[in-house]
Design a protein around this ligand. Structure first.
Ligand code: PMV
Length: 345
């Protein structure tokens, strides 16, 4: 399924100021090329997907999440956000719902943080997207023990198809951890349908990133990173050129590299094998060691790819690009709802 001409959505407006209650929705993500290598400054290509996390905030006497005040200490992302914001923020009762399974490689934590930051920003004068992304990345890093790239944050805040440290065009947002820096650019979106298969096994991103760091510290580490970079660079060009066969071949090649650094598992390989007849190419997405696979189906075989993954025991979904990033939902319009049916002629 091609969307015809590639489209590059503009950066949407930021988060406006609003009275509470406020609801924000933030998309998840799938990584097409370059996870793990991006942590070491190499290129990555990822897309925001149309599965969202939604957070609603009401003014309250004390902070709570899904009616639990203890969750404020126990949830590492909320705890990091409040530590970052300082004690000045007025408390909110938060409720969160998500279509993204947790720790599945689909960016559930970045989406939760972005939606959270958006509802907080709405009550304190609003925020531009770059500022929101900067805060989101700081919160994610703090909650994950100081490891990770800003890729997931960029996808959920800006939406669309994004290249990190690759691709042509203007830079949307830049981030740095003091040692490395990452420049985020938009890539024209071919409008394809992708298929996700969640293995049902959650993973630990920070532990996997550290294990890969140890693997890459060996003498062949730099050469391995260069191979990841070459595949991601070719992948970014092939997606922009809407060359499905080439993108598929590069996804498979990226998967072989991920297996080489030790983050694929027999279960993920089983899913990739099951979907192969309907797939132009496929790989794990995210940290690996559990989590999900992302599949570029052969044209017209999207449903077959979903069925094959489901039959192999995955939670399988067809997804498309979420063109916009985190956004506030419009409050219900009481006038509109109460409006009488239009009079007949
Ligand atoms: O598994 P996830 O969704 O947390 O994605 C991790 C992606 C890595 O490249 C492995 C880490 C990162 O921060 O970019």
């Amino acid at each position: 399924m091609s969307g015809g001409e590639g489209t590059v959505p503009a950066v949407g407006a930021g988060i406006p100021a609003r009275e509470y209650p406020v609801t924000a929705r933030a998309p998840g993500k799938a990584i097409l090329f370059g996870e793990h290598a991006v942590v070491h400054g190499r290129p990555e290509l990822l897309l925001a997907i149309d599965l969202h996390t939604q957070v609603t905030a009401h003014r309250a006497a004390a902070w709570s999440l899904n009616r639990r005040t203890a969750a404020v200490r126990e949830n590492p992302y909320l705890a990091a956000l409040l530590a970052d914001a300082g004690p000045g923020g007025r408390p909110l009762a938060l409720t969160a719902v998500s279509r993204l399974p947790r720790a599945s490689g689909l960016g559930s934590s970045a989406a939760f943080v972005a939606a959270l930051l958006a509802v907080v920003a709405a009550g304190s004068g609003g925020s531009g997207r770059a500022a929101l992304a900067g805060r989101g990345y700081a919160v994610e890093r703090a909650a994950q023990g100081g490891v990770g790239s800003p890729g997931d944050t960029a996808a959920t805040v800006f939406g669309g198809l994004l290249a990190i440290n690759g691709g042509p065009g203007p830079v949307l947002w830049e981030a740095s951890d003091g040692k490395r820096s990452w420049a985020v650019r938009r890539v024209a979106d071919p409008g394809w349908t992708w298929v996700i298969g969640y293995s049902g096994t959650p993973h630990d991103t920070a532990a996997t990133v550290r294990a890969v760091g140890r693997r890459l510290a060996r003498p062949d580490g730099e050469a391995l990173l260069d191979r990841f970079a070459a595949v991601a660079g070719d992948g970014i060009r092939a997606v922009a050129a809407e060359d499905r066969d080439r993108v598929g071949a590069l996804l498979d090649e990226n998967q072989r590299l991920l297996a080489e650094i030790g983050v694929s598992t027999p279960r993920l390989e089983e899913l990739l094998e099951a979907v192969r007849p309907a797939s132009a190419g496929a790989k794990l997405t995210g940290a690996g060691a559990g989590g999900s696979v992302v599949v570029l189906p052969r044209a017209g075989r999207e449903i077959e790819a979903v069925r094959r993954l489901a039959r192999a025991g995955a939670i399988a979904l067809a997804v498309r690009t979420a063109p916009g990033g985190v956004t506030l939902l419009e409050p219900p319009d009481p006038e509109g709802e109460a409006a009488p049916p239009a009079e007949g002629p």
